[in-house]
Write a protein of this length. Structure first.
Length: 320
């Protein structure tokens, strides 16, 4: 959840030396960024530093990370003929630097904490390709789904196949768990999720190396949680818009949950943040299978010592 990122001064120093894509593609630098939060924060796992769109760069869609604007796709994929021109992604030759980063991090960690790999889920990656970047309403994406369902299905099949091989490559390189981020899937109704997304997300999770835990996360997904559980995952990630205990009962106590402090709470006075964290732990009720986390990524404005204070607090309260 962006535990390595712009709120850390050491990360900002790295960005003075590298632009974002170059940083992702330099295994030693990406490994350094991955490791930065471990000693500073005392978190219980390292999270691979990469980006969910690295896997689509070989499609020739013109990926750029514009400073201050985030990812931009210069040649969006919005029609059947554009989808038909897409070739299957050769994952091994597309992102070898990611797998090397995993290997470097595992060696450096020496099993102090586990390493979590990740990828974007098919819908979220597809929405970037279709919209050309983040969107408020995702109208281009929904139009393709509704008007050209065969083209949508083909796009999702290409991505699901590549994402499964991408995650398995991370696992083979040493990742001990993986997280699938469906950051934008909350824009869909439950019916549309089941028709246009669930089969493809399920295909990714089903294809992953058996025995490796899978975290399945989305935002704005209160209405989608039963369907997300159906799609798969050993852990269902929860954003801050749902009560943790209610959501856990919805997905079933036979799966774990991850979450779900509002990232903005880390900007509050420490006493306020402490009460909000205590409330989440109270909702978990000491039940095994709760991974305390934010409900989405650390905000860039967050004081680093607030993140450290939160980690210490959760360790303190959990040990009781």
């Amino acid at each position: 959840m962006r535990q390595a990122g712009r709120y850390l001064p050491e990360y900002r120093a790295m960005r003075e030396r590298f632009d974002f894509l170059d940083l992702c593609k330099n295994p030693n630098a990406a490994a350094e960024v991955t490791l930065q939060p471990i000693d500073r924060l005392g978190v219980d796992a390292a999270i691979l530093f990469a980006d969910i769109l690295l896997i689509v760069e070989p499609l020739g869609v013109g990926l750029e990370f514009a400073r201050g604007e985030g990812p931009v796709i210069h040649r969006p994929v919005r029609a059947e003929d554009a989808v038909a021109r897409l070739k299957p992604i050769d994952v091994e030759s597309a992102v070898p630097f990611v797998f090397e980063t995993v290997r470097i991090v595992r060696r450096a960690l020496q099993d102090r904490v586990p390493l979590i790999g990740f990828a974007g889920a098919p819908f979220t990656v597809a929405s970037y390709l279709v919209e050309g970047g983040p969107s408020r309403d995702y109208l281009h994406t929904k139009r393709l789904m509704y008007e050209e369902p065969a083209a949508w299905r083909r796009l999702m099949e290409i991505l699901a196949d590549a994402l499964a091989r991408y995650l398995n490559g991370q696992i083979e390189a040493g990742a001990q768990a993986v997280q699938l981020f469906d950051s934008w899937v909350g824009v869909l109704s439950p019916d549309d999720y089941r028709a246009f997304v669930l089969p493809h997300t399920h295909a990714v999770i089903r294809a992953l190396t058996p025995g490796v835990p899978v975290i399945h996360f989305g935002t704005g997904t209160a209405a989608l949680l039963p369907a997300m559980r159906e799609a798969g995952g050993d852990v269902i990630g929860l954003d801050w818009r749902v009560d943790l205990d209610t959501a856990w009962a919805t997905v079933g106590h036979d799966v774990a949950v991850q979450g779900n402090l509002d990232p903005a709470a880390l900007l509050a006075p420490l006493a306020v943040m402490r009460e909000k964290a205590k409330a989440i732990l109270a909702r978990a009720g000491g039940r095994p299978g709760h991974i305390f986390n934010l409900g989405h990524g650390v905000l860039p404005q967050t004081p680093a010592f607030h993140v450290k204070a939160l980690v210490d607090l959760v360790h303190e309260l959990s040990s009781r």
